[in-house]
Design a protein around this ligand. Structure first.
Ligand code: FA5
Ligand code: MG
Length: 445
């Protein structure tokens, strides 16, 4: 369907039974809204759903309540403000986040529900699984929709004998199992500059005890997932070596101190989750000022790719029985056997960015200063869908006299399910070229 500049603002946006009046912030395309009903994390026997189940089994009820069907359409307040994201945080940009309108977004992380759940949750802990949405690059490990799982655990000072949360958390740590991971954790729990204590709210002993409980809980989760993956992996000598993980200092606006957990997998350190001690003002705002504790957020696709040896993130969205038929339950985890790899077909597109003086209004945004790669990625996604395997910038230069910038991208077209005809790839590529001119105002070379 042709799309000209006069029609770039859609009529009202309908999603999940509600309508949202569009405005100058609206940037969510219909192709992205079409993912809302999929909910792979709840689809029986789907690898994302099986991964969720394995993680949930590490955080069992009644201590942890499992929330799995919260609406992915949330307010900007829930996704960002309630979690202390500063007004100028890059995550808020329209280049990174899908806005239905200026007040409403597709959640970019499962943490969007933290405040709400802290307010209402009755158990000591919870997990949330959720589809999340981010404008991003295109390659075999990035997709604009993926799934996260959040977990949190609280201790209530009023409900603990003598208000001594540190002692109780330490006791509960001794009740957690041991594991045989090799753990690198070189930094002190608290570092005054890099990873500070929330000194006005927490005592050092409390944070030491809660952090130890957090780390052991997550190490046990990794052990559960990766020992399954390893047991059934290649059967080579590496399977006898202990699995290595390491704790890295991190920063999130809603935890302090904070860490990321990395796993050494196939020769590389892979980041699998972020976590930390929940910022006390979030708990105070949620009307549970006497509670304190930890929270984490983990990406499910990344874990599922390892657990099942799935080579390309697009496969999760496949409805092909040759894919879906290979998975059954959490107790029967077998590596995915790829069906024959179909040939790739790459095509290049080069263009001059508009110089800023020629920028038109109407939300068109692509002079040399504000061209954002995610806008280009989205056009490719919109036209090519899952027939695009990856997009890479292969050349970039500025004209020596005018200073005008030229960029060349290589788009790799490949179907996971069949052989793509060259004419079909040509047609898609022509569609991408046309849209680049229409939407971003670039000049093709
Ligand atoms: C978060 O989203 C935080 N909400 C996590 C958190 C929760 C921290 C609670 C503290 C307390 P981050 O953007 O790093 O953080 O994403 C968390 C995990 O999601 C990553 O470690 C990774 O496993 C996964 N992830 C992030 N981006 C992608 C992506 N584009 N594709 C696949 N997985 C991703
Ligand atoms: Mg991260």
């Amino acid at each position: 369907m042709a799309c000209n500049r006069a029609t770039t603002t859609p009529p009202t946006i309908s999603a999940n039974g509600n309508s949202y009046p569009p405005d100058s912030w609206t940037n969510v395309p219909p192709s992205i809204l079409s993912y809302l009903p999929r909910k792979l994390h709840l689809q029986p026997s789907h690898p994302v759903s099986i991964t969720r189940e394995v993680i949930e089994s590490c955080f069992p009820p009644p201590t942890y309540t499992h929330y799995n069907d919260l609406d992915p359409i949330v307010s900007v307040y829930e996704n960002f403000d309630s979690l202390n994201f500063p007004p100028d945080h890059p995550g808020r940009n329209r280049t990174d986040t899908y806005y239905l309108n200026k007040d409403t977004v597709l959640r970019t992380h499962s943490s969007a529900h933290e405040a709400e759940i802290f307010r209402h949750n009755k158990s000591a802990g919870y997990t949330i699984s959720a589809d999340v949405y981010r404008r991003d690059a295109i390659d075999r490990s990035h997709y604009p929709v993926f799934h996260q799982m959040e977990g949190a655990r609280m201790w209530d000072r009023r409900k603990v004998e003598g208000g001594d949360v540190a002692r109780v958390a330490r006791e509960q740590l001794t009740q957690l199992e041991e594991h045989d991971l090799e753990v690198e954790d070189p930094n002190p729990t608290i570092h005054p500059e890099r990873n500070p204590l929330q000194a006005e709210h927490h005592r050092v002993e409390e944070v030491e005890a809660i952090a130890a409980h957090l780390k052991r809980s997550l190490e046990l989760m990794v052990n559960e997932l990766f020992s399954r993956a390893k047991r059934r992996a290649t059967g080579d000598a590496a399977a006898d070596e202990p699995l290595k993980v390491r704790w890295v200092e991190a920063y999130f606006p809603f935890t302090s101190p904070s860490w990321e957990l990395e796993v050494f997998w196939q020769g590389d350190w892979l980041e699998i989750l972020g976590c930390g001690i929940t910022k006390q003002d979030i708990l105070i705002n949620a009307n549970v000022p006497n509670q304190l504790g930890w929270a984490f957020g983990v990406g499910l696709e990344r874990l599922a790719m390892i657990l099942f040896s799935i080579p390309d993130i697009r496969l999760f969205w496949s409805k092909d029985p040759r894919f879906l038929g290979q998975f059954s339950t959490a107790d029967d985890i077998k590596p995915f056997v790829p069906f024959s790899k179909h040939p790739a077909c790459y095509k290049d597109v080069s263009f001059w960015l508009r110089s800023s003086s020629s920028a038109a209004g109407g939300g068109l945004r692509s002079n040399s200063q504000d061209f954002h790669e995610n806008d280009m990625m989205e056009i490719v996604r919109d036209v090519g869908g899952d027939l695009v395997e990856d997009v890479k910038m292969i050349d970039e230069f500025a004209h020596p006299v005018s200073g005008r910038k030229s960029i060349c991208y290589r788009i790799n077209y490949r179907s996971l399910e069949r052989t793509l005809k060259n004419e079909e790839a040509d047609r898609l590529h022509e569609g991408v070229r046309t849209r680049l001119v229409e939407k971003l105002g670039v000049e093709l070379r």
